[in-house]
Ligand binder design. Structure first.
Ligand SMILES: [Ca+2]
Length: 189
């Protein structure tokens, strides 16, 4: 529940923003929250019995949304969770030249990670997702213009485009080279 007023007679004037009611014992509830807002989390039961035990209740900290284009500070790197929703359809045949793989995998909103390894060797890029029909592509070098989101002259060095949701790319990188890893999905994450 968001907002409202809590008093001896109950909670009034609040908005129900998320709930989970079922017969399972452990539960995970996901909700979007806003800074400065007061939230009320209520635990109750169908009953009988009229009460019960629980081992623990945890509330995670909110993670701010990822930007559409991320300059990776150093490797190893982990993005945390995030959707491509709201990031815009920036990368496709008109902004990436040459285009890596099948152009049909560039039809949706997308994200880009830019990284420069400090050591030469093999790296793996792992995507954990529940969304199918995604594509991961990696370019080495080239010129990226952030005002127009165009990448020209880069070399397509690795990509995976498939119906499967999780993906792992393994590729060799060189120290000091800049790499552009794009997630130009055909379906929204
Ligand atoms: Ca796209």
């Amino acid at each position: 529940m968001r907002g409202g007023s809590l008093s001896g007679s109950g909670l009034t004037g609040s908005t129900c923003i998320a709930y989970l009611q079922n017969s399972s014992t452990s539960k995970t509830l996901i909700a979007n929250v806003s800074a400065g807002q007061t939230y009320y989390l209520h635990l109750d039961a169908w009953g009988p019995p009229d009460c019960g035990d629980f081992t623990e209740l945890t509330i995670s900290a909110p993670t701010p949304p990822l930007p559409a284009i991320i300059n990776v500070p150093s490797l190893p790197y982990s993005s945390g969770s995030g959707p491509t929703c709201g990031k815009g359809d920036k990368f496709n045949a008109s902004t990436l030249s040459p285009l890596c793989g099948n152009s049909s995998y560039y039809n949706s909103e997308d994200m880009m990670w830019i990284f420069t390894p400090t050591a030469t060797g093999q790296i793996s890029i792992q995507l954990t997702s529940s969304t199918t029909w995604t594509g991961l592509v990696v370019y080495q070098g080239g010129t990226f213009d952030p005002t127009t989101n165009t990448l020209t002259g880069g070399s397509c060095i690795a990509y995976e485009q498939s119906p499967s949701s999780n993906k792992t790319l393994r590729l060799c990188v060189q120290a000091g080279q800049t790499y552009y890893g794009a997630l130009p999905t055909v379906a929204l994450l």
